[in-house]
Design a protein around this ligand. Structure first.
Ligand code: NAI
Ligand code: MG
Length: 502
């Protein structure tokens, strides 16, 4: 990856050049001096470059975190919380700048996605800032002569690795709970979306002691690898693909460190025959995250439609989805932006080609991206829907991470649930019906960690959010998530029955 001079592209939108990575309260270059470039996926132009961290930088960041953590753990929890609340306030003041940065580097549309992500990330700091007083232990009733209690202690230095699809929100979800609980953090941004995360680091650093938060920019094997394997890291928290989740878990196993994994999904939406209505169609579009190019681990990408409403529902879905406008992510008129990079774009196109070439799959709408015209300038993928009888082809089984929805017919509730659960993933699920009994029966039968009935919204702070099966381990979005993922319990038992000294 070569270092570029952004000025050499007169017509390109340029991001402000980041000051560097954050280590020990300082903005630094990589030890190697190397940088790598960041692309605007809507124009395929290079917009900035950032330090290219490797093992030596990981060592420096972990050493800084180790040095800072003991004093940070001794700060009274509610005082730590107040600092997070100050971060939230400073963040809220810069939401627009953050939203534009996110839109520019990820291709996520400003109006429908990036602004909401920036606001949501600020809110994560506000939420966890208010929870610092809740780092409580418990007392164990062992009898009058014993005092047995638990303390929630921080783990030490946490190593966190995040993806590019909602980089700032997912970064905030590591920083806020880890720091609230008294840990220090070394966070590696995704190579495709480091700019928003560096801006967030800048906002945070104004209020934090040096070394409590360290943010590295670098590649997976080169920077994420040494972080996952660093002997001084006491906890690993990873969001990304199931494939790399396994790599992280193996690294954790070597040193017996706890690990939280938020991984992929292939989530079902189950629509009952009584739900052939416009609001459900809109909910399916939201659940599919079409306006984030479906680059979401919770995308409801398998649509189980009851046979009685199959054709009429699909007709409505096609009409409403076709009305969504693809365009420059920074344009307020755009509903949908671009896929993150060429690799993911090519991958999505291959899935579409496979669908098109399969005889028994019906193309309802969409198809391959245009080869000419304004949309061919960027990695624009068109929302695509295939209707097919089966749940067992690749398009219905693999996480595409692009706007390709598969609609499958069902007649019997038990069969719909069986197909929904026939996946090695188990992250989200969506159930749509007016019949509350059917809805809850199905919600309870589905093997997913996060189920919504009659809505297709995103996660809210406080939700227990996380995966069943290969979609992950652990929860981080809530108070309980923070306690379980970012603290360790110590039990102290005191014998009160010692002989009286005379
Ligand atoms: P990835 O899982 O490879 O990358 C996520 C993060 O892990 C990045 O920061 C990357 O630098 C880091 N990483 C990669 N290899 C590593 C290694 N060996 N050791 C330590 N860290 C490493 O995801 P990628 O390649 O960007 O996307 C591939 C697929 O993964 C997507 O098509 C999608 O299916 C899935 N994915 C799922 C996400 C989710 O939120 N569930 C997010 C991003 C991708
Ligand atoms: Mg990868």
């Amino acid at each position: 990856m070569s270092t570029i001079a952004p000025q050499s592209q007169p017509h390109a939108v340029i991001a402000p050049r980041p000051k560097g990575m954050l280590i020990d309260g300082q903005w630094v270059e990589a030890v190697s001096g190397q940088r790598f470039s960041v692309e605007n996926p809507a124009k395929r132009t290079l917009i900035a470059d950032v330090p290219r961290a490797a093992a030596a930088d990981v060592d420096r960041a972990v050493a800084a975190a180790q040095k800072a953590q003991p004093a940070w753990a001794k700060v009274v929890p509610r005082e730590r919380g107040k600092l997070l609340l100050k971060i939230a306030e400073a963040f809220e003041a810069r939401v627009e700048e953050m939203a534009r940065t996110i839109a520019l580097e990820t291709g996520n549309a400003l109006r429908t996605q990036a602004r909401g992500e920036a606001r949501g990330a600020a809110d994560i700091f506000r939420y966890f800032g208010g929870l610092a007083g809740e780092l409580k232990g418990e007392t164990i009733p062992l009898g009058e002569h014993v005092l047995s209690y638990t303390r929630r202690e921080p783990l030490g230095v946490v190593g966190a690795i995040i993806p590019w699809n909602a980089p700032v929100l997912l970064g905030a979800l590591k920083i806020a709970p880890a720091l609230c609980a008294g840990n220090a953090l070394v966070l590696k941004a995704a190579e495709d979306a480091p700019l928003g995360v560096l801006l967030m680091a800048e906002i945070c650093q104004e209020f934090l002691p040096p070394g409590v938060l360290n943010v590295l920019t670098g590649f997976g094997v080169e920077c994420g690898g040494p972080l996952a394997n660093h002997p001084a890291i006491r906890k690993l928290s990873f969001t990304g693909s199931t494939e790399i989740g396994k790599v992280i878990m193996r690294a954790a196993a070597e040193r017996i460190v706890p690990v939280s994994l938020e991984l992929g999904g292939k989530s079902p939406s189950i629509v009952y025959p009584d739900a052939d209505e416009d609001w459900v169609v809109e909910g399916i579009i939201a659940a599919m995250r079409f306006t984030r190019q479906s680059q979401s681990c919770t995308a409801g990408s398998r649509l189980f439609l009851h046979a009685d409403i199959f054709d009429s529902f699909l007709a409505k879905l096609k009409a409403k989805t076709s009305a969504l406008k693809l365009g420059d992510p920074l344009d307020e008129q755009s509903d949908i932006g671009t896929i993150i990079n060429n690799k993911q774009f090519t991958k999505v196109c291959k899935y579409v080609e496979e669908g098109l070439s399969r005889a028994d799959a019906t193309l309802v709408m969409g198809g391959l991206p245009p080869k000419s015209g304004p949309l061919s300038e960027g990695y624009f993928a068109i929302p695509t829907i295939f209707a097919d009888q089966s749940n067992d082809w690749r398009l219905a089984r693999e996480e595409i991470f692009g706007p390709v929805l598969v609609a499958i017919r069902w007649t019997d509730e038990a069969e719909a649930i069986r197909m929904a659960n026939d996946s090695h993933y188990g992250l989200a699920a969506y159930v749509w019906t007016h019949d509350i009994g059917s809805a809850l029966r199905t919600a309870h039968a589905i093997e997913s960690g996060w189920v919504q009935v009659n809505q297709g919204l995103g996660q809210s702070p406080g939700h227990s959010y996380g995966g069943y099966k290969q979609s992950g381990i652990g929860r981080e979005f809530s108070l309980e998530g923070m306690l379980d993922s970012f603290t360790q319990r110590k039990n102290v038992t005191v014998n009160l029955n010692t002989p009286r000294r005379t």
